[in-house]
Design a protein around this ligand. Structure first.
Ligand SMILES: Cc1ncc(COP(=O)(O)O)c(C=O)c1O
Length: 384
């Protein structure tokens, strides 16, 4: 098959973003029709600061099915998870505060956290996820030195972005116990949780939380479609009251909330999630097979769900240069350096950010994945 030329690099084939695969977007026309007829006066009016009451009930039920003890009163609807993170930072932090993040971490959260003047304690990860023992040591050291404790721990426990790793059960329990002992909030950001392709789910951090330290930041972006901009925060009611006052939009869009609610209660969500799982599992498998064939020098752990592969190259390869060459060659992936909030990982040549790239296999078609990995391999081979 002739390869598309992608002569203009702005048209580079994208393996770079956590965009959804357009082929599995849900058909929301029925739900939108009901929102604009039966619920017209509600959908087109100003919304409520906490969100649409039946949607909050639905979210509480959805979380209960996932093992959490939560009521609709403990849910506030927001404009997606990123907006949730932003609001939580506004609520809980002051300029100069310290927070805990993983190294590497979800790179879009970095500028959000930096915009609040926060500084970072970076904690490494292994195949069980965040190294909770290292975090324990870091916190004890701060206490010994009389330094203030971090305001929160930010974690993506399921199919982490960018590593694809899922936090083990033992580490989940240790993390929640540690946060409870030190009195530090956890922001659990787990938008890929339902996109598991094999194996069994571990309980969410929120489900393990008996003392109200975990804020779950939820999202319909990966469950349904990111363009809807509907997500939620689950946490203690008293703090949500303050978040409601910080919500300068006066309330998330009632029209999209109603559309989400109508779709979910029409019983279509489960079938949609199954379709999404099947499509993304296929994308993952194709990416893994193409990488093994075209780039046997690269190493990676195969994620059991989510959108991403975190790929490591041999020592001496600078992935910043490689991704630039790949881009000129028509494929866009993101260099590892973009995923670190600070400098902690840079010291160790074994885990140097310049040895990694993130491949997002979610958005591209199967043909684009094949083509993209070939172009990536060409960029790599031009470097050695
Ligand atoms: C870890 C993580 N959190 C949040 C989001 C985005 O959430 P939202 O679209 O709800 O703002 C993403 C999307 O890429 C993500 O990977």
């Amino acid at each position: 098959m002739p390869r598309p030329a992608y002569p203009d690099s702005s048209e580079a084939l994208s393996l770079n973003s956590g965009y959804a695969f357009p082929g599995i977007f849900p058909d929301l026309t029925e739900a939108a029709n009901r929102a604009l007829t039966t619920y017209r006066s509600e959908s087109l009016q100003y919304g409520r600061p906490f969100g649409l009451p039946p949607l909050r009930e639905w979210i509480a039920e959805y979380m209960k099915e996932d093992g959490c003890t939560v009521t609709a009163d403990e849910i506030i609807v927001v404009n997606g998870a990123k907006n949730g993170l932003d609001l939580l930072c506004r609520l809980l932090t002051e300029e100069g505060d310290v927070i805990v993040v993983t190294a590497p971490m979800y790179f879009t959260a970095i500028p959000i956290f930096k915009s609040f003047g926060l500084t970072f304690i970076e904690i490494g990860q292994d195949d069980e996820g965040m190294d909770v023992e290292a975090l324990d040591r870091a916190l004890r050291e701060r206490v010994n030195q009389g330094l203030p404790l971090p305001k929160f721990i930010y974690e993506v426990p399921d199919f982490h972005n960018p590593t694809g790793i899922t936090l083990s059960r033992r580490r989940r329990e240790a993390l929640v116990a540690l946060a409870t002992r030190f009195g530090i909030a956890i922001f659990e950001d787990s938008p890929y949780r339902m996109l598991r392709y094999e194996g069994k789910s571990e309980p969410s951090l929120k489900a393990l939380d008996a003392h109200g330290v975990v804020f779950e930041v939820g999202s319909f972006s990966k469950l349904l479609a990111p363009g809807l901009r509907v997500g939620w925060i689950a946490g203690p009611r008293a703090l949500l009251e303050r978040i409601a006052r910080l919500k300068s939009d006066g309330g998330t869009c009632p029209l999209t909330q109603r559309i989400v609610f109508e779709f979910c209660t029409a019983g279509e969500l489960r079938a949609h999630i199954e379709r999404a799982r099947a499509a993304y599992a296929q994308h993952r498998d194709l990416t893994v097979a193409a990488l093994r064939r075209e780039l046997p020098e690269a190493s990676f752990a195969v994620p059991h769900g989510g959108y991403y592969l975190w790929v490591k190259f041999p020592p001496g390869v600078d992935t910043e240069i490689m991704t630039e060459r790949a881009f000129r060659g028509g494929v866009s992936v993101i260099a590892g350096v973009s995923f670190y909030a600070g400098e902690a990982a840079h010291a160790d040549p074994e885990t140097a950010p310049t040895r990694y790239i993130r491949i997002a296999y979610s958005r591209a078609t199967p043909e684009e994945i094949e083509d993209g990995i070939q172009r990536l391999a060409e960029a790599y081979h031009s470097m050695i």
